[in-house]
Structures are given as structure tokens and as C-alpha cells.
Design a protein around this ligand. Structure first.
Ligand SMILES: Cc1cc2nc3c(=O)[nH]c(=O)nc-3n(C[C@H](O)[C@H](O)[C@H](O)COP(=O)(O)O)c2cc1C
Length: 188
């Protein structure tokens, strides 16, 4: 009985219930400042950096920088990532079936920046390979995973895209990393 009432007290005021190493908990859905802190907190999880590419319904090249990529299943081979519903590319990734995961190398910081800025000329002067279903592959990446959309799930202001992997290339270069809001190489 006493355990149950303790749990209820904590649930009622989760932000004040616990202090860890001098830090109080924060409700990430609270103020504007708390939402910023949520974004900063997520940024402490170090990731690689990818560029997701696809084709628009009229066949134009589409791409965007993405760090939410992750593995999902080995058998069948599935991966996932999430796309903001306010991204200009959202409509193309929503209707298109074929897409490619281009894992960026430590030398491709310029592409990570270029493909994170909404603009019409992201692919200008970018060397490409012609992937499955005509989806462009950015030259000089670490690995490539060419996929077909298996499922889409809504998740707040993002959609989760699950891809079934059809073909992989493992080139084996050193990857670009994203941590604390900065792009960096291994060991930096
Ligand atoms: C390192 C890094 C990681 C990013 N990861 C994601 C992501 O996982 N999902 C997403 O929707 N946007 C992500 N973005 C933001 C998009 O790249 C950015 O909004 C881009 O402008 C989208 O292109 P578009 O608006 O032309 O579609 C990331 C940006 C950077 C720099």
C-alpha cells in the first residue's frame, strides 16, 4: 500500500521527484525553453549522418540530411528513419516507394550541410550513381542501402518510414558523426 502511494506522488509531480547529479528532471512538453532543452538532450545521443534520396513523382532528384536512421530487423532486412512533416521533401518520401540511404563519410561534411538546407539546387555539382528505380546515390559514401518503403507510421510532427533493403554496398570509409549539434569525424 505504501509503495503504491509513493508511485502516485511521483507520477503527480514527475519534474520534481528526482535530482540526479544536481539536475532536476524537466517536462519536455512544458515551456519553449523546455522544448529547446529536449532538442539539446536528444543531441547528446551520437549518431552517424545519412542523406536519404528518392525521386519526386515527376522524376526529379530529392534528398535530405537525416540522423534518425537506425537498423530494425535482420530477417527480413528492415531499416527505419523519421522525417519531419514540415520538410519540403516530405511529400516525395510520402508517395515514393524507392529510396536510398547514403551514409556520409568524414569527408562529406559539405554534403551534410548542403542537404540540410531547403533549396532547389541540392544536387548541383554532386557526383551521382544511378541506383535501383533511378534513385540517385551520392558518390564517395561509406555504405549504401537501397530500399522500398515497407510501412509508414505517424509519430507526432514526424513520420516513421520503414524500408525493406533490396541492395547494399559496403565501401568501408570512415563515417561522419553528429553529436551535440556538431558534425565531426571519429576521434575529434
Ligand atoms: C545532422 C542533421 C540531421 C538531421 N536529421 C533529420 C532527421 O532525422 N529527420 C528530418 O526530418 N530532418 C533531419 N534534419 C533536417 C533536414 O535535413 C532539413 O530539415 C532539410 O532542410 C530537409 O530538406 P527539405 O526541407 O528540402 O526537405 C537533419 C539535419 C541535420 C543537419
Amino acid at each position: 500500500m505504501r509503495l503504491r502511494s509513493t508511485a502516485l506522488t511521483k507520477d503527480a509531480d514527475p519534474a520534481c521527484a528526482l535530482v540526479i547529479d544536481g539536475r532536476s528532471g524537466i517536462d519536455p512538453a512544458g515551456s519553449e525553453e523546455a522544448r529547446r532543452e529536449f532538442r539539446n538532450t536528444l543531441g547528446h545521443f551520437a549518431t552517424g549522418v545519412t542523406c536519404m534520396t528518392t525521386l519526386s513523382p515527376t522524376g526529379e532528384h530529392v534528398g535530405m540530411t537525416v540522423s534518425s536512421f537506425n537498423s530494425l530487423s535482420l530477417d527480413p532486412p528492415l531499416i527505419l528513419w523519421s522525417i519531419a512533416n514540415y520538410a519540403i521533401s516530405f511529400g516525395c518520401f510520402r508517395v515514393g516507394d524507392a529510396f536510398a540511404v547514403n551514409v556520409l563519410s568524414a569527408e562529406q561534411e559539405n554534403l551534410a550541410v548542403k542537404f540540410s538546407i531547403a533549396s532547389a539546387d541540392k544536387f548541383e555539382s554532386v557526383e551521382l550513381h544511378d541506383g535501383l528505380s533511378g534513385v540517385p546515390l551520392l558518390a564517395h559514401c561509406v555504405v549504401y542501402l537501397e530500399c522500398i518503403v515497407e510501412a509508414r507510421y505517424p509519430g507526432g510532427d514526424h513520420d516513421i518510414i520503414v524500408g525493406r533493403v533490396r541492395r547494399i554496398f559496403n565501401i568501408g570509409k570512415s563515417p561522419l558523426l553528429f553529436h551535440g549539434g556538431s558534425l565531426r569525424a571519429l576521434g575529434d
